[in-house]
Design a protein around this ligand. Structure first.
Ligand code: SF4
Ligand code: SF4
Length: 288
């Protein structure tokens, strides 16, 4: 089962939940993949030993000026405006290029060749019986989605796979959650939490991914998250109260199931609920 954990906004405790769920499952049968490649932080809590680091790049175009006729076809086909033909010169804006290859494929003079440009790395390791993978995007690099795709190539389908998604509702989140069997949204009972939850639910509905909600700091704020979830028929999978000991564990970089093992049982129950919901949704068409 591929189980993604997302949130419409940052700071809801999504990564903390992902790490603690992973540590609560039987050792050797769980894989945690940190897809928040712009700001990966699951490893801070999990402290894995990495045994493999792989460079990831995308192929960007370069122009053989001896063949180019400056016809402008490459600029016309580029959807991302990452190539421009101005007078007798072709400009390539590497940071905008998605590496789709359309320009080199369609150049009538075969004047375009491609070179690899590194955008980040994928790291693989283990911690406490959890198979762990993360991606680290180079500083200043805007292309998160190709790296997330590479990170997701490491999915081991024979395990319970937990995908820790980036916060928000932009392309990197969609790249992470698409193909998931289930997505749990972590939120807080505040007006901001509700607004961002609504946005995230809208995306998951479009992707046809079954959804549940975990309410963190459930004893603060108002009851609007409960009302909204009920109106959308979205199950509340778990509620975690505001708890000083959890906050202290977080500030020390220690997963709270290690300091308070009673939560292991709660997270196992959570996964059982998710598995039942997954089974009841099996066969539903998925968008890969
Ligand atoms: S399509 Fe090829 S020949 Fe035409 S401007 Fe671009 S690189 Fe030059
Ligand atoms: S590879 Fe694709 S995105 Fe990059 S410049 Fe060519 S057409 Fe544009």
């Amino acid at each position: 089962m591929i189980f993604s954990i997302a949130s419409g906004k940052g700071g809801t405790g999504k990564t903390t939940i992902a790490v603690n769920v992973a540590l609560s499952l039987p050792k050797g049968n769980v894989q945690l993949i940190d897809c928040d490649v712009e700001e990966p932080n699951s490893h801070i809590f999990l402290k894995p030993t990495f045994h493999q680091v792989t460079s990831v790049g995308i192929r960007v175009p370069r122009i053989d000026e001896s063949k180019c006729t400056y016809c402008g076809k490459c600029a016309q086909v580029c959807e991302y405006h990452s190539i421009a033909v101005i007078l007798k010169s072709v400009l390539v804006f590497d940071e905008l290029c998605h590496g789709c290859g359309a320009c080199s494929y369609l150049c009538p003079e075969k004047a375009i060749f491609e070179v690899e440009r590194e955008i980040g790395i994928v790291q693989e390791g283990n911690a406490n019986g959890v198979n762990f993978v993360n991606g680290v995007l180079n500083v200043g690099e805007p292309m998160a989605s190709p790296l997330i795709r590479k990170v997701k190539e490491k999915i081991q389908k024979d395990k319970v796979v937990i995908l820790d998604a980036p916060p928000g509702t932009a392309c990197p989140v969609i790249e992470t959650v698409k193909g998931s069997d289930f997505c749990m949204l972590v939120t807080e009972p505040t007006p901001f939490g509700l607004n961002d939850l609504e946005l995230a639910v809208g995306i998951l509905e479009k992707l046809n991914i079954p959804t549940g909600v975990l309410i963190n700091k459930a004893d603060i704020g108002d009851r609007e998250i409960w009302n909204y979830s009920k109106s959308k028929n979205i199950p509340i999978l778990m509620e975690i109260p505001m708890n000083r000991r959890i906050a202290e564990s977080y500030s020390k970089g220690i997963p709270f199931v290690i300091e308070n093992s009673s939560y292991i049982f709660h997270f196992q129950e959570l996964i059982e609920k998710v598995e039942k919901l997954y089974e009841s949704n099996r066969g539903r068409p998925r968008i890969e």
